[in-house]
Every structure is written in C-alpha cells, then in structure tokens.
Ligand binder design. Sequence first.
Ligand code: AMP
Length: 284
Amino acid sequence: MLTVRPTAEMAGISKSLILNGKTIGFVPTMGYLHEGHTSLIDRARTENDIVVVSIFVNPTQFGPNEDLDKYPRNLKRDKSILEKHNVDILFLPIETEMYPDGFSTSVEVKGLTEGLCGAKRPGHFKGVTTVVSKLFNILKPNKAYFGKKDFQQLKVIERMVRDLNYDIEIVGCPIVREKDGLAKSSRNTYLSKNERIAATCLFKSLKKARSAIEGGNNSAKEISNLIRSYLESIPEVRRIDYIEIVNPNTLKPVESIENGTLIAIAAFIGNTRLIDNYVVGEEL
Ligand code: AMP
C-alpha cells in the first residue's frame, strides 16, 4: 500500500491512473477504522481497479464544543487494517494544505441539512461537503462509498454530486453493527463499560419501533413517543438529541409511516453522542 500525503502528489497519481484507464473507488474516513469502514472498502475493492482510502479528521466539521481534540487516532493500527483489506493507496491530507491561509470557499447543501444532525450540529455538513468536494477534486474517483449509518450525510453528498455535476457514482452501504446491535462507530471507544452495555438502547428502541410498525401502527407521533419513552427509561441516556421520522429523500417529517420512511435518532450516552437509524422495510 502506498501512503501519500501531499495533495499535488495524490492528484498526480490519480491523473496518471485515469490516463491508464484505471477505475478509482474512494472511501473517505476519519480513521480509527472498524468493520463499518472495512465494509465500504471491501465493496470498493470488488468494483474498482484501484481503491483509495483517505484518513483526515476534518476540523471544519466539528463544532467548538465537540470532540475534535479527543477524536481517537491510531495510524499504525489503521494501516495494518487497510493492508489486510488490499487497499492500494492511503491518502493522508495535510491540514495546512487542505486549509491554507486565506482559505475562504465553502460548499453548502441547503434544505437537506436543516433538520436532524444539521439542526443540532450547526456548520457540520458545510464542513463535510466542503472537504468531500475537495477530496473529489483531488482524486477524481469513479465511485465513492458512504455508510447509511450517517444517512443524512449520504443524502447530502448525493445532492451535492447531482447539483455540482460531479461525475461520481455515490454508493450507499448498509450499517454494520456489533453482535448486540450497537452500530459500529469510532466514538464507541469513548463509552465506559456500563455505557457500552446501555448503548444498545438505540438499536433496541428502533427494534421496538419496527415491531410496532409491523403490528400495524403507522403513526409517526406514536412511534416517536414509543422510542422516547424507552430511551428515557435508560439511566445512561443523558439526553435525547432528536428522534425524527422523515421522508428519506426530503428528510422532512412525515405524519404517517410507510415503507422507506427513515427513523433517525441521536442521543447522548453519558457524554458520548451516538446516532442510529432504521429505514422501514429494510434490514435492521
Ligand atoms: P467516519 O470515519 O466516521 O467519518 O466514517 C467514514 C465512513 O464510514 C462514512 O461514510 C460512514 O457512514 C461510514 N461508517 C461509519 N460507521 C459505519 C457503520 N457502522 N456501518 C457502515 N458504515 C459506517
């Protein structure tokens, strides 16, 4: 595996790969890799000649009181995971090259970013779309892979690619979970032993919602209340950030649940903010 840091070098390598007729599959990450990330990488491996993974803890997508400084990092471990999954190129952007003095341009998707995490993390998606747009311009991949765990992010990136005419196919990949149902996340490492056990409540609340929906309840209000009262019964849930039941394309709230409706939740388990979601009718 080749590790590349300078942006110009990465862009040059991509250019020559493309000239040689190679297809490039790209998986952007913030590192501290787990099986959620490797599911994206494995999918990319089967669909492209060259697989590029980036690791960049992008400062502009973190709010002032968020976990940028303590975000987990372990490059040595990440590299060995990437080698095992036959990644061709690891791109490690240099922060001062990504955001040089005088950096003053951003990419912002309106509408889709107003609710859910966008409402709770002001500026987050602007940071995401700006950095992903830069990475797309540097790498010019044929396909880029994103997890449905960050459902809103996936939708926002799809919209950016459509609106700005990027010739890139966005591939959405299923949520990978721990055996007990907790969605894999680099942030799970923040959890204490008790919190880790309690954290399955997000998944469990979605399962309860699924049973109620399968039992014939399609009222968004009632399903939302069911999720809320279950989460509120768990002492480790310090705060529910949101429980949203929305149309999966517009991300606007719906009153009545049907196949394809997105149920998305964000909650603080102790001091750790976790997210999870369920698309009605799909696998949970
Ligand atoms: P991150 O490193 O958290 O920015 O995540 C990088 C990519 O991996 C994003 O597209 C995430 O949606 C995806 N991802 C993270 N966790 C999971 C998971 N548990 N299942 C599937 N994809 C995931």
